[in-house]
Design a protein around this ligand. Structure first.
Ligand SMILES: NC(=O)C1=CN([C@@H]2O[C@H](COP(=O)(O)OP(=O)(O)OC[C@H]3O[C@@H](n4cnc5c(N)ncnc54)[C@H](O)[C@@H]3O)[C@@H](O)[C@H]2O)C=CC1
Ligand SMILES: O=C([O-])CC(=O)C(=O)O
Length: 417
């Protein structure tokens, strides 16, 4: 395992107003058309998703349609459109930065709103949508938005390679969602195969891409992906991410509500994994600092751990979180692209290969850089309260089992390289 850099927030990093919350606060934290744009160090915010580096796009959010042609043109890839591409604006001159993104499972409950949010990002030049069905309609629909990203649709396994060719970022929300009464692990049998097949194609066609895995159970699908990539000889642990951003988004929301804080100011790190008790919010590390009674800690922790189930039950058989997940995944994708783009202040909690605990994978706050994970933030795990330490101790066995289940599944299926 490669040695991992670790950063203490007490050091230089701490001085930077760098956490997701501060980024959100600078960008006003909402998608409302009335959001103001707050320039910072010459960079620009965009659409409430914390995209502070917008590749030459002027401050106005592109989704509002008020931007100039020059503004749009500056962030369009001047390269020839790929197969199935429908241009939404005329190609312009060189852009400062833009990325090619693929969403696998793009026609689904998460995939559609996520693709819309990605389409709104001025960091994106090309948006490739893949699903086993219904992509053409989603592509036609999205391609009418007058934002710079060029949309292309790809349907079924024969078009998967073309979808993935040379992409910088692959986001995977493909797979079945829960129904009431199910655990995330109940999705394993179907989703493990889906993720394995998709990651094989990623390894073959976009071996250098950053990979964001949303498909559940994340605690197992990420280890599966790692094993598949290893077998293909292209595993880079710094570039494989399980998306746990929704846990942070929920923690921030619930804490702000409980403590009557400005929603966009709150930042709560969430560590461990992404299922039940493996989701562990560190309320003692809340920023701005807040006091909680033991009852509040118990209530908030349990609510954050069960928030996915709260949505599954409210949807009563119609699926699980889609809109909040799309928001969270778009935020994480933006963070990855900002980091690729050289923004030095990008921090997110995410489920990654890690040496912070005895487990091979663990969700924690990391610093993202041009090559993926740049450093692990060790401060969050230091000085835990007794309640939090008990939470860590309690989650280890379940998380270990889920990781091993994924690894065993993958190793039964993939031939060594
Ligand atoms: N990481 C997280 O925080 C969260 C994860 N999820 C997970 O995300 C996944 C997707 O959820 P939804 O979008 O609500 O489900 P959905 O059923 O609405 O959409 C899934 C999409 O995946 C597609 N799909 C199925 N097999 C595929 C394959 N082999 N290749 C490409 N696409 C394929 C389907 O056609 C469908 O369009 C579920 O596993 C769910 O549990 C959901 C919420 C939060
Ligand atoms: O609960 C689910 O099945 C979907 C999910 O991961 C979440 O909403 O956190």
């Amino acid at each position: 395992m490669a040695a991992q850099a670790a950063i203490s927030l007490a050091g230089s990093v701490a001085a930077a107003p760098s956490f997701s919350t501060s980024c959100v606060s600078r960008s006003h934290g909402s998608l409302s058309a009335g959001s103001k744009v707050v320039p910072r160090r010459g960079l620009r915010t965009f659409s409430g998703l914390k995209a502070e580096r917008c590749g030459g796009v002027s401050g106005a959010g592109a989704f509002r349609g008020g931007e100039s042609f020059e503004t749009l043109a500056a962030s369009i890839d001047a390269a020839k459109p790929a197969k199935n591409v429908e241009e939404t604006v005329r190609p312009g001159q060189a852009r400062a930065s833009s990325y090619k993104v693929a969403v696998l499972g793009a026609a689904g409950g998460i995939g559609q709103p996520l693709s819309l949010l990605i389409k709104m990002s001025p960091l994106v030049s090309t948006l490739n949508l893949y699903d086993i069905a219904n992509v053409k309609g989603v592509m036609a629909d999205l391609s009418h938005c007058n934002t710079p990203a060029q949309v292309a649709g790809f349907t079924g396994p024969t078009e998967l390679a073309a979808c993935l060719k040379d992409v910088d970022l692959v986001i995977i929300p493909a797979g079945v969602p829960r129904k009431p009464g199910m655990t995330r692990d109940d999705l394993f049998n179907i989703n493990a195969n889906i993720v394995k097949t998709l990651i094989e194609a990623v390894a073959d066609n976009a071996p250098n891409a950053i990979i964001n895995i949303i498909s559940n159970p994340v605690n197992s699908t990420v280890p599966i992906a790692a094993e598949v990539l290893k077998a293909k000889g292209v595993y880079d642990p710094k570039k494989l991410f399980g998306v746990t951003t929704l846990d942070v988004v929920r923690a921030n929301t619930f804490v702000a509500q409980k403590k009557n804080l400005r929603l966009i100011d709150v930042d709560v790190p969430v560590i461990g994994g992404h299922a039940g008790i493996t989701i562990l919010p560190l309320l003692s590390k809340t920023r701005p600092s807040a006091e909680f009674t033991p009852e509040e800690i118990e209530e908030l922790t349990v609510r954050i751990q069960n928030a996915g189930t709260e949505v599954v039950e409210a949807k009563a058989g119609a699926g699980s979180a889609t809109l909040s997940m799309a928001y969270a995944a778009a935020r994480f994708a933006e963070s990855c692209m900002r980091a690729l783009d050289g923004d030095p202040d990008v921090f997110e909690c995410t489920f990654v290969q890690s040496e912070l605990t005895d487990l091979p994978f663990f969700a924690s706050r990391v610093k993202l850089g041009k090559k993926g994970v740049e450093a692990f933030i060790t401060d969050d795990l230091e000085g835990l309260t007794e309640y939090e330490q008990k939470g860590v101790d309690a989650l280890m066995a379940e998380l270990k089992g889920s990781i091993e289940k994924g690894v065993n599944f993958a190793n039964k299926q993939v031939a060594p390289a």
